[in-house]
Ligand binder design. Structure first.
Ligand code: AHZ
Length: 312
């Protein structure tokens, strides 16, 4: 006889999200009884246009002078934003994300799998966000990476002092001279140069399309490891001779990579903190592959480093 293999459910616990508030459910239930008679409230097209454009351009105006700009809304950038938004409602924080969809590589766990692994002690960050997980001893598993990313994203977007400009690329860094005895050509970073990503992608086939700018005393770059968009700020630091060369991300070693990324999260040049996998291109750290604890905790540390600089 062949013993059937019990593959079981991949997730044993009931990980259902909390039920909706009853008031909202009641209103919806009433609606559902009246499909024949219901109509939407009246609208004119220009009202829709104005509702969007007025807010977008007010945001561009408000955030032209920001306290902190975060480049990249991947797992590290969003974790950084969450910590800063929660602790400092007085700071104006802009997140610039090149992609239409924020979240970077954190919509899937690894390869194209769903579950997301976080090594302990990074589950502390999941507890903070209220993301459920299964405990596997030295690490925890979130049912779907998208549950982590969407929860984090919703928390970040709820802070009134944080604005996410997605579909917007950082094309350059604003610099000011900050000579030191060791390096008379040293600069400090004083903001970012931006363009809508679709514009950035067409510099080769259209005439010059000049960018926009955001001034900020502190920029936190979390643009991921080298790739078509990745390691943006670090690569620019090399070309403007503020870093000698790229460290060159090393091969995969989960054992050492995560500790290294968190420990090395820091202000790399004056006014620019680097976090997440972009750091592997500064110091030549290993990659960790599909385990996301270091991204969350690098974000926690980047926020802490940022507040030290801001409160200096
Ligand atoms: O679109 C990019 C992504 O969402 C965005 N970005 C990159 N360049 C940008 C630019 N302007 C605006 N010039 C830009 N946005 O930055 C985000 C980076 O997210 P990510 O998920 O790639 O990086 P992360 O460091 O937050 O997380 C890395 C996750 C990885 S990679 C890895 C491995 O390869 O071993 N392991 C893990 C856990």
């Amino acid at each position: 006889t062949v013993t059937p293999v019990n593959t079981g459910m991949s997730f044993k616990k009931d990980l259902a999200v909390k039920p909706l508030p009853t008031a909202q459910s009641k209103a919806l239930a009433e609606l559902q009884n009246q499909w024949d008679s219901f109509t939407f409230a009246p609208i004119r097209e220009s009202q829709v246009s104005r509702a969007m454009t007025r807010r977008y351009f007010a945001d561009l105006d408000n955030y032209a002078e920001s306290d902190i700009v975060i480049i990249g809304a991947g797992s590290c950038g969003l974790s950084t934003a969450y910590m800063l938004g929660k602790q400092r409602p007085d700071l104006r924080i802009a997140i610039i994300e090149a992609s239409v969809s924020p979240g970077g590589g954190a919509w899937l766990g690894g390869q194209l799998f769903s579950a997301m692994v976080m090594r302990k002690p990074a589950e502390a960050f999941l507890n903070e966000l209220g993301v459920p997980y299964e405990d596997e001893g030295d690490f925890v598993v979130v049912k779907h990476a998208a549950l982590f990313t969407s929860t984090l994203l919703s928390r970040v977007l709820s802070f009134p002092n944080i604005k996410l400009f997605n579909a917007t690329a950082v094309e350059d860094l604003i610099t000011r001279p900050a000579p030191t005895e060791a390096d008379p050509n040293a600069v400090r970073i004083a903001g970012v140069v931006t363009n809508w990503t679709l514009v950035s992608m067409h510099h080769d086939d259209q005439s010059c399309m000049d960018p926009n700018t955001i001034n900020a005393p502190l920029v936190i770059s979390t643009t991921g490891h080298d790739g078509p968009f990745g390691a943006f700020s670090v690569k620019r630091l090399v070309s403007m001779q503020q870093l000698e060369k790229l460290g060159g991300m090393r091969g995969l070693d989960m054992r050492s990579a995560e500790d290294a990324i968190v420990k090395r999260t820091r202000e790399v040049v004056k006014g620019l903190i680097v976090g997440g996998m972009e750091l592997s291109e500064v110091d030549g750290a290993n990659r960790m592959g599909p385990t996301f604890g270091a991204m969350a905790l690098s974000g926690v540390k980047a926020a802490e480093e940022a507040l030290k600089v801001i409160d200096e």
